[in-house]
Design a protein around this ligand. Structure first.
Ligand code: BES
Ligand code: ZN
Length: 626
């Protein structure tokens, strides 16, 4: 499918991208910009008619595994607009009203990525449209879990994952990151459960099972989120806390004890936290991501509960999105690096403040290694996805979710920091968030902003900015990372490989998860089963309870045919749904000639995976589902 990138005049761009709270300022600033490129992943035509507020009245039905709801949208129309277009995917539309009167509507033809456009006829000056609907079987954002898939094993669970374009599978919406709205909601759930959204949340269960929500700051629809389950709340500070199933609540509160310190660190860097409360919900292990930055309530995988707080960089990451992404939002999914690259940069800076530079440089070093590996592996088949500015027209934006926007984005920003100095860069970033909050940003607008507010001509040249953003691979001026702690790991590994001598216990006793990860990740390809077995006996990698260590350990062991790891691989793949771990593990099995084993495990595990993970793995394994 060829998609036209269509341009529209400035006044219209201002309507689309103006902040609800500051229309005058936004308009003035938008007029400085020449044009804005349309988001090709929505059917909406916001310059004609755009949503501003959602009132969502919903019932969550666990028996039928569906949501029945009425979405009432406040809208803003341009002169003469006679229709408004929403995105839908698999929704069963039952009734549509405009300003309280029954209205005519039509559903367009189905596109595998975009779903169907819902076009509603508008009367002159219409202010509100109501859509009554049910979710369909193909509601890919939703995962309905049976009781056995939860920690408590007594009650079912349901959660959503809307990013990138799955909000339309559970709410008829203008599903573009450039379209923001405020919302309130009333959600009815079984009275034994609690409902939580990306909004002001209840802290306790109530007897009626009816919960009300309010999100007073405007958000794009990829940040709409709902979780329903048997979870409880524990406060960490007066504005942070954690929701988890009862059996995980204390563990979770222990793991996230530094939450308030992290928020303070983030605020100290780039300005006040804009969303009021900051909580985390620990979801069941089938959650397909590490974390999702739903405003006020980060959704997180339980695989970060390592017991020693060693994986909390993920929390710093999702928290950082409260600025990069949630306040200043990528205009289209082609600009995804503006969300993720900035967030990885910000994440590393939070980690540096809270845990020290030595620690954060270990993380940066792992990031750098991951970047080189990813870029190399993509150069043959998907070289264009190694550009920072992506080209996702006609594709599922999920295809662009590789580690490139994250890690290449990080190193590009780190390069700018090194070029202009940290003090200047920090002042620049703080202003960037302040001036652009509740707005969207394209890559090109960011470049203009950089030129106007930070870089001299010489500095601009030194960066090789065009190469970083518009070309494939990794430019040669990528910053280097020195980690003394990793240098020690390097010599221990070299020693072991050269003469089989294991690093001394006194040395490894000091090692954190990150040193171990570096150790495992840098084992040479020619390592033998015997050598792996020796390491395993000494350090117990196969029985590690740390998910990152397990996933890393699976790589060299599967490749070397170290069969002692297979039972663990199987139990891991059948109990965890986090795509970042699943993909490389299945891939290692395939690459080492164990495709049958991979498929056998996959057949068992697949029903427990979220649709997002299933789609990736179906492709990887060539799995045909009925
Ligand atoms: N926003 C992303 C997750 C995402 C991206 C979901 C694109 C769907 C489409 C989230 O902030 C994220 O990056 N999660 C990472 C965390 C990590 C980089 C610390 C993850 O899930 O692994
Ligand atoms: Zn992220």
């Amino acid at each position: 499918m060829r998609i036209k990138a269509f341009l529209f005049p400035m006044a219209i761009a201002a309507t689309l991208f103006s902040c609800k709270n500051e229309p005058a300022k936004a308009e003035e600033e938008t007029t400085k910009k020449e044009m804005v490129v349309k988001d090709v992943h929505t059917n909406a035509v916001p310059e004609k008619a755009v949503v501003t507020h959602l009132n969502w009245d919903a019932k969550v039905d666990f028996d039928a595994k569906k949501i029945s709801a009425t979405a009432t949208w406040d809208i803003k129309t341009s002169e003469g607009a006679n229709e408004i277009i929403f995105d839908t995917y698999g929704l069963k539309i039952q009734n549509v009203a405009v300003d309280g009167q029954p209205a005519e509507y039509k559903l367009g033809s189905f596109n595998e990525h975009l779903g169907k456009a819902l076009t509603i006829n508008l009367t002159e000056g219409a202010k509100q449209v109501s859509i009554t609907y049910e979710t369909g079987d193909s509601a890919r954002a939703l995962q309905w879990l049976d009781a056995e898939q939860t920690a408590g094993k007594k009650l079912p669970f349901m959660f959503t994952q809307s990013q990138a374009i799955l909000a339309r599978t559970w709410v008829p919406t203008q599903d573009s990151p450039g379209i923001r709205f405020t919302y309130d909601a009333k959600v009815e759930v079984p009275s034994s459960m609690i409902a939580l959204m990306s909004a002001e949340n209840p802290k306790e269960r109530n007897e009626s099972g009816v919960y009300t929500f309010k999100m007073p700051q405007p958000i794009p629809s990829y940040l709409l989120a709902l979780a329903v389950g048997d979870v409880q709340f524990e406060a960490i500070s007066n504005r942070t806390g954690v929701y988890a199933e009862a059996s995980l609540l204390d563990t979770s509160a222990y793991e996230f004890a530094d939450l308030e310190t992290m928020v303070l660190a983030a605020e100290g860097l780039y300005g006040p936290y804009a969303w009021g409360q900051y909580d985390i919900i620990v979801l069941p292990p089938s959650f397909p991501f590490g974390g999702m930055e739903n405003p006020r309530l980060t959704f997180a995988t339980p695989t970060i509960l390592a017991g020693d707080r060693s994986l909390v960089a993920l929390v710093a990451h999702e928290l950082a999105h409260s600025w990069s992404g949630n306040l200043v939002t990528n205009a289209t999914w082609d600009d995804f690096w503006l969300n993720e690259g900035f967030t990885v940069y910000f994440e590393h800076r939070i980690m540096e403040v809270v845990y020290g530079k030595e620690y954060s440089e270990m993380l940066a070093s792992l990031t750098r290694a991951e970047l080189f590996e990813a870029a190399e592996s993509m150069m043959e088949e998907t070289p264009n996805d190694t550009k920072l500015k992506l080209e996702l027209a006609g594709r599922n934006p999920d295809d662009g979710v590789t580690s490139i926007p994250y890690n290449k984005g990080y190193f590009f920003l780190r390069l700018i920091e090194e070029e202009v100095g940290r003090e200047k860069f920090d002042a620049f970033l703080k202003n960037y968030f302040e001036e652009n909050k509740f707005k969207v940003m394209t890559t090109e607008q960011f470049i203009e902003y950089l030129k106007a507010n930070l870089l001299s001509e010489d500095q601009y040249k030194n960066l090789k900015l065009n190469q970083w953003i518009y070309e494939t691979g990794i430019p040669d001026n990528i910053p280097t990372v020195e980690s003394d702690r990793f240098a020690k790991v390097d010599s221990a590994r070299n020693n072991f490989m050269a003469n089989g001598s294991l690093p001394a216990k006194e040395v490894t006793a000091e090692w954190s998860t990150h040193e171990w990860l570096h150790f495992i990740n840098t084992l040479p390809a020619e390592i033998t089963k015997e050598q792996l077995s020796k390491l395993d006996k000494a350090y117990g990698f196969t029985k590690s309870g740390n998910s990152e260590v397990s996933a890393a350990w699976f790589q060299p062991t599967i490749k070397a045919g170290y069969t002692a790891v297979y039972p663990k691989v199987e139990s891991f793949l059948t109990s965890v749904g986090r795509r970042k771990f699943l993909t490389p593990t299945y891939k290692a099995l395939i690459d080492s000639g164990k495709k049958d084993m991979a498929l056998n495990i996959y057949k068992k595990a697949r029903p427990n995976y979220h649709a997002v993970s299933r789609e990736t793995l179906d492709k990887l394994l060539g799995y045909e589902h009925s």
